[in-house]
Design a protein around this ligand. Structure first.
Ligand SMILES: Nc1ncnc2c1ncn2[C@@H]1O[C@H](COP(=O)(O)OP(=O)(O)OP(=O)(O)O)[C@@H](O)[C@H]1O
Length: 194
């Protein structure tokens, strides 16, 4: 039976960087494309970043109880939904997967597939360094959104509180100080869990 390695961590802890590197170095790990009802941006392609769908498609998945987790964001453009669906593409019988998610979606995934199938990979960076990385990343954007960056930084403290981490059974933590060391540690762990 396959496993889903579920990358989590506060904002700017390096999830995306680690995800991209692991995909290159462990190409046998499959990915899961999640769905969104938000409009596709110019540089995006359907099925790459997300599957872009409308509420009707979401309703159909919901009627068949195939929505594993769903998040709603109230934006200035309306309500945007992001969800993971059991769309027949997740084949745990013979494949292993790598995903990025939140602690909340991790819990839902465990509820749907069973706790033994979902392996948490929690990445941590000391707060001061993480804020520094977040600011450096934001500064490079054409239109930096510093207020949003600060909002996320503060929200993380609650979302990933020690209480929530221990409720979800997250014990192992991977420190992303030197990227290469962190990657090696995670790869060893994944190999051990397979
Ligand atoms: N070990 C590291 N040392 C220095 N910089 C790093 C390291 N790992 C990642 N970074 C940098 O930190 C920034 C945040 O990393 P990344 O975007 O991968 O984080 P994330 O967890 O996916 O963030 P978010 O959830 O906010 O999208 C990026 O600019 C990335 O290049």
């Amino acid at each position: 039976m396959g496993k889903i390695f579920y990358l989590m961590g506060k904002s700017s802890s390096g999830k995306d960087t680690i995800f991209k590197e692991l995909k290159k170095r462990m190409p046998f790990l499959h990915t899961v494309t999640i769905y969104t009802t938000r409009p596709m941006r110019e540089n995006e392609r359907d099925g790459e970043e997300y599957f872009f769908v409308d509420d009707k498609v979401l309703d159909a998945f919901q009627k068949e109880n195939r929505v594993i987790e769903l998040r709603e964001y109230h934006t200035v453009h309306g309500i945007w939904k992001y969800f993971t669906a059991d769309d027949g593409k997740i084949r745990l019988e013979d494949q292993d997967y790598l995903m990025i998610g939140t602690l909340e979606s991790f819990e839902k995934m465990c509820g749907y597939f069973g706790k033994g199938q979902i392996v948490p990979v929690y990445v941590e960076v000391e707060d001061g360094e993480r804020l520094f990385r977040a600011l450096s990343r934001e500064r490079m954007q054409e239109k930096p959104k510093y207020a949003e960056m600060c909002r996320r930084f503060l929200a993380d403290t609650e979302d990933f509180s020690e209480e929530n981490l221990s409720r979800c059974g997250i014990q192992r933590r991977f420190q992303n100080i030197v990227l290469e060391d962190c990657l090696n540690e995670i790869m060893l762990y994944i190999q051990k869990c397979l």
